[in-house]
Design a protein around this ligand. Sequence first.
Ligand code: IMP
Length: 194
Amino acid sequence: MMKILFATANKGKLTEAAEVLGPDYDVVSPADLGITEDIPETGATLQENSLQKAQYLHEKTGLPCFADDTGLEVDALGGAPGIYSARYAGPGHDSQANMIKLLKELEQFNDRRARFHTVVTLILADGQVHFFEGVCEGSIAHEKHGTGGFGYDPIFLADAYPGRSLAEVSKEEKNAVSHRGKAIRAMAAWLKSQ
Ligand code: IMP
């Protein structure tokens, strides 16, 4: 069994990645190894941010590591909020504030096309770096729908599930089409091919 460190503090993401990678991998979090400090994330792109997180942990532990970074890219807003998705409404604001701000910004536009975009960086024990991507295409609803999921899910209508927001589909339905699900499955497929 190969121990692999996932740069996340999110239990849901950890479980999901462990399920996708399967029984050959022991997926652990920084907290499992007693690493509790904030991991730097100061890049200008999703790729830089995910690389920075994976590199930080690889240098610290020598273990194979992977990190993800996700942004919501809205066409009418030139790709915003993008890497700033988590803090779109400003520091200390939550998802509710982020969604309210996005709905307000989009009021003047007819084009509501958007996508979630994830970049995963994998660094192997020997330092080899590999990138994997996942995209979930959709559009921004005019109001919130549903209570499941997290982040922008209540206002994101994935093309794969017409008429329902990502907060109205099951966890399995979401994982099957999600940006992060696709990127992590791409990494898992690559690892298995090695
Ligand atoms: P992270 O890189 O996974 O931390 O994602 C950055 C931000 O993007 C999060 O704080 C959320 O606001 C948003 N986000 C990421 N993934 C999802 C998702 O699956 N659904 C809704 N929002 C998401």
